[in-house]
Design a protein around this ligand. Structure first.
Ligand SMILES: C[S@@+](CC[C@H](N)C(=O)[O-])C[C@H]1O[C@@H](n2cnc3c(N)ncnc32)[C@H](O)[C@@H]1O
Length: 503
């Protein structure tokens, strides 16, 4: 019987383990190289069901990178020859002494925890596939620390990476977001209610050498009572479950026990000018919209909310996807019944994966607003794009927006892909779908014919008054053009530049 990993390390071993991990990184073990080798566009696309295929197709050439991927990401076992090529004797000793790796009775090396590449950062956490018959895996206790999953990566990609004084990562799990924030924050506090998760975060902090991360064991904001932060990140448990046994994913019957308390706490913990970013899932029905609930949870705090809707599941599909009883049809159908019944009782007809962004409202931009956009999950860094969406929304709401417009030139924000649709046999005009190309958040926008015409007109930077003159030739009045231009700016398809920037 092999004990589960405890995420505890002697002070004397920290440096040795840090060196071993650094040597692994030097050998090319990072997200980009792993993706290339596995021929994946997104590392979240890794499937345990495909393990034999990866090994036979993508990992058939057994070089150092292959061995590292097999050992630290695919929960594999590597033979002594590969182990000796991957690590020198000092690193091997450090990894075995600290319990990260062990050698089985055939001399193969196996890992008790996975090491997830996130860009060029390496994060230890419990294995992703805890049901695989892998020693060190079946023994992982109930309070398993969440692996770096798709939702962890979505949050990583939209978090705004600007220099800040203080950052707070709630529900930190492995500590991934705390460690990323440590790179651009003076001080980071990482909070988790699970002792094992807090130990895992401490372990990762020790191995990374980051000196500015404090780890707090506790319930959400309780350990930071009275404090405010410039950046707050959270990936809380969110599954609306009838079971109360899903560990780090369990969000209670409504799924929103934790989210609600986080959103309610934001006004007391976010600095003016700060930003809070949350990845989660929320239930919804046409008469019970996520946007309304978030606003209610904020109370009367004047905050703007951006909701990026990434994926939607019908309640039925969600229930089927979560039901348990793989080997027993009767058990499985009973479980579907329980899950579907719970979702119905909560008043949800669909479950939506969302990225939520909160900022204090700008008084010059009028009352607080909530904006909702459909966007597929980001495949790369999208923090700046999120900030641009906020800024575009705010500028169009300013009382003096009209004057700002008259002082500036208009420019298309970049290359725009257009798909036109026509309804044949009717008098309806054509509409088009527009997408700003090359973005990490590829939001698709509907354009009416006027908006499309304006986009075509601003081939080169154009003053608003020049645009009005051109539109006059098309018999368009100022108010119509103003509304259309505002919408194009708000959607990020058109940007304003000052006269000086054009020269
Ligand atoms: C979905 S995991 C997220 C882990 C990590 N942040 C990530 O993105 O990979 C949720 C984490 O929230 C923690 N958690 C649950 N309830 C909490 C609470 N009331 N206060 C603090 N942490 C909590 C769980 O222990 C778990 O580690």
């Amino acid at each position: 019987m092999i004990d589960s990993f405890t995420f505890m390390i002697n002070d004397d071993d920290v440096l040795a383990l840090r060196n071993a991990v650094a040597h692994l990184a030097d050998s090319g073990y990072c997200e980009v190289r792993v993706l290339e080798r596995l021929e994946l566009s997104d590392i979240s696309g890794l499937l345990w069901r495909a393990l034999p295929i990866y090994r036979e197709e993508q990992l058939s050439v057994r070089d150092v990178l292959t061995s590292a991927i097999d050992l630290f990401l695919l929960q594999g076992a590597i033979p002594p020859t590969e182990f000796d090529r991957l690590f020198n004797k000092t690193d091997q000793d450090a990894l075995i002494r600290t319990g990260v790796l062990f050698i089985d009775d055939k001399g193969f090396a196996l890992a008790r925890v996975s090491l997830f590449p996130v860009g060029n950062l390496l994060i230890f956490s419990d294995h992703a596939w805890c049901k695989l018959p892998h020693p060190g895996c079946a023994e992982v206790p109930y309070d398993q620390v969440m692996s770096v999953g798709a939702d962890s990566r979505w949050l990583e990609r939209i978090t705004l990476r600007r220099r800040v004084g203080s950052a707070l990562d709630l529900c930190t799990g492995s500590g991934i977001h705390a460690l990323l924030a440590a790179r651009h924050s003076q001080r980071v506090v990482a909070v988790d209610i699970s002792q094992r998760a807090a130990r895992c975060t401490r372990f990762n902090v020790q191995v990374s050498g980051a000196a500015n991360v404090e780890i707090a064991l506790g319930d959400l904001f309780e350990p930071v009572d009275g404090e405010r932060f410039d950046l707050i990140t959270a990936n809380p448990p969110f599954v609306p479950s009838p079971l109360n046994s899903l560990g780090f994913r369990d969000g209670g019957r409504s799924g929103e026990d934790v989210q609600q308390r986080i959103v309610t706490g934001l006004p007391h913990h976010l600095t003016q000018g700060g930003i809070a970013q949350i990845v989660t899932e929320l239930g919804e029905r046409d008469d019970n919209l996520i946007s309304d609930r978030l606003r209610r949870w904020l109370g009367d705090a004047p905050m703007d909310i951006l909701i990026l809707r990434l994926r939607e599941h019908s309640a039925a599909n969600y229930a089927i996807g979560h039901a348990q009883g793989d080997y027993d049809f009767g058990e499985f159908l009973d479980s579907v019944h329980d899950w579907a019944g719970n979702l119905r009782a909560q008043g949800y007809s669909r479950i939506v994966s969302v990225l939520l962004v909160f900022q204090w409202s700008d008084p010059e931009s009028g009352p607080p607003w909530t904006r909702s956009e459909e966007a597929p999950p980001p495949l790369r860094y999208a923090g700046i794009e999120v900030e641009k969406l906020f800024n575009a929304e705010r500028i169009t709401r300013k009382a003096d927006f009209h004057e700002i417009l008259e002082r500036s030139k208009l420019l298309r924000a970049g290359q725009i892909g257009l798909i036109e649709s026509r309804v044949l046999g009717t008098a309806l005009q054509a509409n088009a779908q527009a997408q700003l190309l090359g973005t990490a958040l590829p939001i698709i926008q509907w354009l009416d014919p006027l908006e499309k015409t304006i986009l075509e007109l601003i081939e080169t930077p154009l003053k608003y008054l020049e645009l009005l003159a051109l539109s006059g030739d098309l018999n368009l009045d100022e108010k119509t053009v103003f509304t259309a231009v505002s919408l194009l700016i708000r959607r990020g398809l058109v940007v304003l530049i000052s006269d000086q920037d054009c020269n």
